[in-house]
Write a protein that binds this ligand. Sequence first.
Ligand SMILES: NC(=O)c1ccc[n+]([C@@H]2O[C@H](COP(=O)([O-])OP(=O)(O)OC[C@H]3O[C@@H](n4cnc5c(N)ncnc54)[C@H](O)[C@@H]3O)[C@@H](O)[C@H]2O)c1
Length: 343
Amino acid sequence: MTVKIGFIGAGGNACWHMDMLKDVPDGRVMAIADVDFPRAQAAAEKHGAKPYASHKVMLAEESLDCCYISIPPYQHGEPEIDVIEKGLPFFVEKPLATTLALANDIEERVIKRGIGTCVGYQVRYFDIVDRAREMLRGAFINMAQGYYVCGAIGGWYTRMALSGGQITEQATHMLDLMRYILGDVEWVAASKRQGAVVSADTLDATVLGKGSASSATAGLERHEYNIWDATTLLMQFESAVPAVFTCSCQVNYLFEVLLDIFTTEFRLKIDYEKMEIIRKVDGKTTSETIMADTSPKIDAAFVNAVKTKNFSKIRSNYSDALKSLKISLAAVEAAQTGTAVRL
Ligand SMILES: NC(=O)c1ccc[n+]([C@@H]2O[C@H](COP(=O)([O-])OP(=O)(O)OC[C@H]3O[C@@H](n4cnc5c(N)ncnc54)[C@H](O)[C@@H]3O)[C@@H](O)[C@H]2O)c1
């Protein structure tokens, strides 16, 4: 069976997934809908699919097996609800939404209809993450520290109401990784920084190397920058592990993402590309670095789940990803109110 795929959204990230799907023999991109029709047309031409200006028309006319939803965070809602009404499994990009009320509503519909879902937390599929989880099983974890620093990207990302800010839109990858490795979070306290002077030049879409909203179209006159420059979280995990997480999108000279875990026996430093293991061997502190296999696996996992109707190998479904969204939203509330927020 060939899995017939429809796309809602044909932006930078959607196009990346379409390219990855070329290496998934069981999947075929049949239709692509984008409110910016020329984008849908360009992607459709490249992938031999049919372009649409509306996902509603696409869902009505096409006979699809599943959908990808890759749109800016503030656009979530109607696409998911329509896909669920059709009874189709879907892949949706993080963050699930910018408000808890909407994500809760979608989750309820997903559960009610028994829809299979996959959320774009692809780091969970890296082999070094498997290795870290294995090593930490039974270890006594003293503390963890994570950070996500980079430059700000342009377009809708720069508006709190459109993206949810860095902590919700981007740093969610690291918060999700912390949850995947350390378990669920009990409470969060947070502080923030605002006030960096930005210009169109300092909004660089290329920092992520993956074609998010282009800096060329990120004119500040259209997208006035009001996201937080930095956010710092103090977190208590249910496993009793204390952690600190900090992110900034005003570090234009660097893209660095790191999770540092200290146990009584060893320390793991995980970034997207490698993991360093530091420990004492024969009385001497040693360091070993393992390179990660970062080849994308999430698209093949999703297509296979749709094909077999078995979503047990999906590492983050809608309900699980909702827990990660809750950390970001709790952090925003905590920083705004100056009080710790229980999850
Ligand atoms: N998992 C990852 O590593 C990763 C990487 C980059 C982006 N993302 C996520 O992917 C999503 C999209 O990001 P992007 O960088 O591709 O943004 P983008 O701005 O490049 O593309 C978004 C596209 O969605 C279209 N769109 C908006 N509303 C729509 C609607 N209602 N129906 C159909 N199309 C609509 C826009 O016209 C645009 O073409 C975001 O949630 C982002 O966080 C995830």
